[in-house]
Design a protein around this ligand. Structure first.
Ligand code: GDP
Length: 456
């Protein structure tokens, strides 16, 4: 890249320090004009100098700073880079940025540093996308998956599949291009076997997206029960608990309350619903229908039953909805339990985890957390080293590649000329290449980097 770019890389607002970043061929020349270091020795990469930022027009001191130096190609962008650590706060940071721009730098667009890292070959596209995911992550688990992507694990997996596709294609193309050569011919059966293997790998990777979604978007958890069962009390009890870290992400909708919480690294999107009850009131009816729909779409239902009241028609409706879902049953109000109530008998046959608690007294919350962790950590999300797809664009490309491999198999099965199959297989390779960016179009690349924040 010919020009040198500059941006404020830290979040705006008052803070101890702020960082202004520069990248490009002329970044040290620009710095020379506005920075007077105490130590005048020749600069070295991975080193820091102390000094003053000055306005070269009148020598006014703007701030006392530390500057870190990175010499090409050993930097994030592979270009010459420096980071000016100034005092925080918008006035100082903006003044320094303005001086950089006045003295030869261009203002970086969002994600331009990372885009340069990609264009200069330091990271591939899926790694760049993992950086956005890491910056935006809402839970430990999501951050951990992003780090895996950043380290290149998704790319490695894609490349492994690409290699297998290339192998099949080479074998097929030899037949197409040089039928006269005496090369060991790949039989249709052998090609089909290899393609099936690739199909399964792609299918598994695509399936991992569903789990990835739980990591990225949070486990959609609906609190469900008849009116006065204690739904709001439970939500409040959870939100006031130390162990559940309530995040500040907004999500409150018109008629349901949504809150993000973190339990041992799992992100839960908690949704409190309107109570389930038979009603003639039109507006209330809409609310009830909406609750039922939410429950059906949920990853987890916390179904609350009121131990102080008898089992009623509404409770039966709740049982019908939760029976085929991931659900935890909460028997609430143990503190005022009625001796002869028949609820426990009715729910036993559901074979769902049951927790007795008092939402009011916050008794039993830990048991609830343990169950949630048990359901999601062990069985679904946390299976160690497996690559999980969390990015929707990647999933779509994998889906396309999968379809092309299936089409390639069908072509062989239907005894079509082998070059028809070869067209599909080649297309699958291109689909996967768009994930790592080997053959992503300019538009896709621009679209991806637009999602970055300024200064990254
Ligand atoms: P919702 O309509 O399902 O959201 O129910 P609320 O959370 O508003 O609770 C309804 C009533 O039951 C309130 O008066 C609560 O104080 C009370 N309540 C909720 N949980 C408990 C509990 O565990 N024990 C007792 N004794 N009362 C509770």
């Amino acid at each position: 890249m010919e020009n040198t770019i500059a941006a404020i890389s830290t979040a705006s607002g008052n803070a101890g320090i702020g960082i202004i970043r520069l990248s490009g061929k002329n970044c040290f020349d620009i710095l020379d004009k506005i920075f007077i270091p105490k130590n005048k020795n020749k600069i070295k990469g991975y080193s820091i100098k102390y000094g003053n930022i000055i306005n070269p027009e009148n020598n006014e001191i703007i701030d006392e700073v530390l500057v870190s130096y990175f010499i090409s190609p050993n930097s994030f962008t592979r270009e010459n880079m420096c980071e000016i650590n100034s005092h925080g706060g918008m006035t100082v940071e903006r003044k320094i940025l303005e001086l950089c721009l006045k003295n030869g730098a261009d203002l970086a667009s969002p994600g331009e540093f990372t885009k340069r890292a990609f264009l200069n070959g330091r990271i591939d596209l899926s790694q760049a996308e993992s950086i956005i995911d890491l910056i935006n992550s809402k839970s430990d688990k999501e951050a951990k998956e992003s780090i895996k992507g950043l380290k290149g694990e998704i790319s490695e997996k894609i490349e492994e599949i690409e290699k297998k596709i290339t192998d099949v294609m080479v074998n097929i193309e030899v037949i197409v291009d040089y039928p006269e050569y005496d090369v060991p011919e790949i039989t249709n059966d052998e090609a089909l076997k290899q393609l099936k293997n690739i199909e399964i790998m792609l299918e598994n990777l695509e399936k991992s997206f569903e789990r990835g979604k739980l990591i990225r978007d949070g486990i959609k958890t609906v609190i469900f029960g008849k009116p006065n069962a204690g739904k709001s009390s439970l939500l409040n009890a959870i939100l006031n608990e130390d162990r559940a870290i309530v995040s500040e992400i907004e999500g409150t909708t018109r008629d349901t309350i949504e809150e993000f919480i973190n339990i041992d690294g799992l992100s839960l999107k908690l949704i409190d619903t309107a109570g389930i009850r038979d009603t003639e009131n039109k507006i209330e009816k809409i609310g009830v229908e909406k609750s039922k729909k939410l429950a059906k779409e949920a990853d987890l239902i916390i179904a609350i039953f009121d131990l102080s009241r008898d089992f009623e028609e509404e409770d039966k409706q709740i049982i019908d909805i939760i029976k085929d879902k991931n659900a935890i049953i909460v028997l609430n109000k143990v503190d005022i339990k009625q001796e002869n109530n028949n609820i426990e008998d009715k729910i036993k046959s559901l074979c769902k985890p049951i927790i007795k608690m008092s939402a009011l007294k916050k008794d039993g919350l830990n048991d609830l957390y343990e169950k949630i962790i048990e359901i999601f950590k062990l069985n679904n999300i946390d299976n160690g080293n497996e690559v999980i797809i969390t990015n929707e664009r990647h999933k779509n490309q994998i889906r396309k590649a999968y379809q092309n491999i299936v089409n390639g198999e069908d072509a062989i099965k239907n005894n079509m000329p082998i070059d028809i199959s070869s067209i599909y297989i080649k297309q699958a390779l291109e689909d996967l290449g768009e994930i790592t960016g080997k053959n992503a179009s300019e538009d896709i690349i621009n679209e991806i980097f637009k999602k970055f924040c300024l200064g990254k």
